[in-house]
Ligand binder design. Structure first.
Ligand SMILES: [Zn+2]
Ligand SMILES: [Zn+2]
Length: 174
C-alpha cells in the first residue's frame, strides 16, 4: 500500500483534513489504508498542506520518494517534521470564538469563557478524525509543546480574517 502525492485529476475529491474540496490539478496527498468495508484498500485524500499538518509521518514518507514537482516542498517538509516531533499537533483543527461558556479546556479543565478564542481538537482513529474538545489559547503552548501554530490555525479556519489571526497570534505570544 503505497501512499501517493499527485496532482488531483479532477475536482471531485474532498480533503479529510479541512473538509474542503481539492481542486483539479491541485497537489494532493493520498493515504492508503485497508478498506474498512471489505477487501482491498481505501484512500484518504488531503490537500498536500493539510496532509503535512494532520498526517505528518506518512506524508514525510511519501514526500521522500515522490517524483512529483512540489513548489513549496521545503516548507511542507519543515511543517511535517514539526508535527512528527510534537505528536499532538496533528490534533489541531482550527480556532474559533467560544459560542458558550460551557466547554472545558482539555489541558487545564477550567471552562473556556464565552467569546474567548479557543482551539479545537480532533483525534485520528482508524482513518477518521473525531471531534475531541477544545483548549484555551493560553494553554496550547503547554499542550502542544510549541506555540508555532499560526499557519495551521489559518489553514484549518479559513473563515478567520487577518485581524482575527493577529489577535490569536498576540494571545499565543503572551
Ligand atoms: Zn485540506
Ligand atoms: Zn486551559
Amino acid at each position: 500500500m503505497a501512499h501517493v502525492i499527485e496532482a488531483a485529476p479532477t475536482g471531485r475529491s474532498k480533503c479529510r483534513g479541512c473538509g474542503q474540496a481539492i481542486a483539479a490539478k491541485e497537489l494532493r496527498f493520498g493515504e492508503k489504508r485497508p478498506n474498512p468495508f471489505g477487501e482491498g484498500e481505501a484512500t484518504n485524500w488531503f490537500h498536500a498542506e493539510c496532509g503535512a499538518y494532520k498526517r505528518p509521518a506518512p506524508f514525510l514518507e511519501t514526500l521522500a520518494i515522490t517524483t512529483e514537482q512540489i513548489s513549496d516542498r521545503e516548507r511542507l517538509e519543515a511543517e511535517a517534521k514539526i508535527g512528527v516531533s510534537h505528536e499532538r499537533l496533528a490534533r489541531l483543527n482550527g480556532a474559533e470564538r467560544s459560542p458558550s461558556g460551557r466547554a472545558a479546556c482539555r489541558h487545564c479543565h477550567n471552562n473556556i469563557d464565552k467569546g474567548a478564542w479557543r482551539i479545537s481538537l480532533v483525534f485520528y482513529e482508524e482513518g477518521i478524525f473525531q471531534p475531541a474538545g477544545f483548549l484555551h489559547v493560553s494553554c496550547v503552548a503547554e499542550y502542544f509543546g510549541t506555540n508555532d501554530l499560526l499557519p495551521r490555525i489559518a489553514r484549518f479556519s479559513p473563515a478567520l480574517g487577518d485581524e482575527d489571526l493577529r489577535e490569536i497570534a498576540k494571545e499565543l505570544a503572551s
